[in-house]
Design a protein around this ligand. Structure first.
Ligand code: ADP
Length: 484
């Protein structure tokens, strides 16, 4: 018996040019449930040859897709949205089973993923151009906004649906075909999205999902002159590599890379709200998001009160299989993720930090880890520089605004940042001083489809979501009409 109400959402083939295809050499790789270690499914291990065929198919599908009216493309996106809504519970269960996040969070992600499709279906109809007053009397100057062409998306495992729809929906809305390569740990959610796109009537060459060898597929996508744009979400390390690989063909790039989010609690903050914000920002998805608070800076005056409340809240979390009711912390994605959390804790403790709660693997074994709070973490600890990507909240102490702003900005990353204060002057000063693409003031949750998501410095390029999120899929064409 399947764990899905609609078992046909679970695929063992990739979606290549309107066909459910195996790898040319027949190879597959398994997908495992991180909570139980059980096999959930297998998917094809495709490589460069299949990717090149997908690129040709996308290029062939492009003229008809861009020729559709924006209204027609929007209608197809809306049909896909309806399919997703109809199968929301199956998509959530499948996500929990392959990725590990608690079912409530998976349901939230299905809605979040769907929101990008809804938003960009609407935006498709609003890609207005310009007319420019001409410096010459016989001319009229027009600015058109056109689809860039064949696009590629390489996506991570931490948001198996939303990181795909946030790229695919604006591409399709703008009139571009797109090829998606999902992460190896979570390809099943991506393939389920393709099943629903097929049912919605989105043409086969317009949206393709290839599973397989990241280097081979990534290599073919980045070196192809036909692929005009690559959107990547993942590690800074892989982002750098893809940036370099894309240089010879001068591709347009969107890169959503690592973060090292500071979370600052000033002495005038509402401490209960700050704890709530810290819990949402730090422990969502067991700390495995690129906008998770990585470093908590708390003013000396409220340090003890804040940490006491935080520890109490953290001790209320429940670790376990995300399908079980009441579980708020699933397993980490793999053993390497677990090892990184342990390394950051060991390093901080060696330098004098104290473990207030957690600090070790959970009794459930596998990759389950106890949510952890560290106090008196020194400024030179590893966790101050590197993203933990796990359920570890290191609390640092500060005394002045200048000091904490300098500490917060002392990183090559610049994705999300957060602070809690009730002083309106300080709110403006600090929000402006933080060198980050996003600032959450008195909240730990900032992501939604209507706001521009993205980073500065080595956290990446471009913005996703909002009206800005479609820009990267468009090119500007200037038309000079002379002799009028
Ligand atoms: P994470 O640390 O979140 O796993 P990665 O950057 O390793 O981040 O992975 C994000 C995505 O990038 C995944 O889809 C993965 O398969 C892909 N990826 C990893 N290495 C490469 C590579 N060399 N070329 C192309 N894609 C890659």
């Amino acid at each position: 018996m399947s764990f899905l109400k609609d078992p046909s959402l679970l695929r063992d083939r990739a979606w290549l040019n309107g066909q459910w295809a195996a790898a040319d050499n027949g190879e597959t790789f398994p997908v495992d449930n991180p909570a139980t270690g059980e096999h959930v499914g297998v998917v094809p291990r495709m490589g460069a040859a299949e990717t090149e065929r997908a690129i040709d198919a996308a290029n062939a599908a492009w003229p008809a897709w861009r020729a559709l009216t924006a209204k027609a493309r929007a209608a197809l996106l809306q049909a896909w949205l309806q399919q997703i809504q109809l199968h929301a519970e199956d998509l959530a269960v499948l996500m929990t089973v392959e990725q590990g996040k608690p079912l409530a969070e998976a349901r939230g992600e299905v809605a979040y993923a769907a929101s990008f499709i809804e938003w960009f279906a609407e935006e498709a109809k609003r890609l207005y151009g310009e007319t420019i007053p001409s410096p010459l009397a016989d001319r009229r100057l027009l600015v058109l906004r056109e689809p860039i062409g064949v696009c590629a998306a390489i996506t991570p495992w931490n948001f198996p649906l939303a990181m795909i729809t946030r790229k695919v929906a604006p591409a399709l809305a703008a009139g571009c075909p797109i090829i998606v390569k999902p992460a190896e740990s979570t390809p099943l959610s991506a393939l389920a999205l393709a099943v629903l796109a097929e049912r919605a009537g989105i043409p086969g060459g317009v949206l393709q999902v290839l599973t397989g060898d990241p280097r081979a597929i990534g290599g073919a996508l980045t070196t192809s002159p036909v692929v005009r744009k690559l959107s990547f979400t993942g590690s800074t390390e892989v982002g750098r590599l893809l940036y370099a690989q894309s240089a010879p063909t001068i591709k347009k790039l969107s890169l959503e890379l690592g973060g090292n989010a500071p979370f600052i609690v000033f002495d005038d903050a509402d401490l209960d709200a700050a704890v709530q914000g810290a819990m949402a920002s730090k422990f969502r998805n067991a700390g495995q998001t690129c906008v998770c608070a990585n470093r908590l800076y708390v003013h000396d005056k409220v340090y003890d009160a804040f940490t006491a409340k935080l520890v109490e809240a953290v001790q209320g979390l429940k670790v376990g299989n995300g399908l079980e009711p009441g579980v708020t912390q699933g397993p980490l994605i793999d053993r390497a993720a677990l090892a990184k959390v342990e390394d950051h804790i060991d390093d901080a403790v060696t330098r004098g930090a104290r473990v207030l709660t957690g600090g070790r693997r959970a009794d459930l074994g596998k990759t389950f880890f106890e949510p952890t709070v560290l106090a008196d973490v020194p400024a030179d600890a590893k966790v101050a520089r590197e993203e933990t990507f796990g359920p570890l909240a290191p609390v640092f102490r500060f005394h002045t605004d200048e000091e904490v702003i300098a500490l917060a900005n002392n990183t090559e990353f610049g994705l999300a940042s957060y602070f809690f204060s009730r002083d309106v002057g300080r709110i403006f000063r600090v929000a402006e001083a933080l060198e980050y693409g996003m600032v959450g003031v008195n909240t730990g949750m900032i992501s939604n489809e209507v706001a521009p998501f993205g980073g500065v410095k080595q956290s990446g390029l471009g913005r996703e979501g909002s009206r800005h999120g479609i820009e990267d899929y468009l090119v500007t064409k200037y038309v000079a009409l002379a002799g009028l």
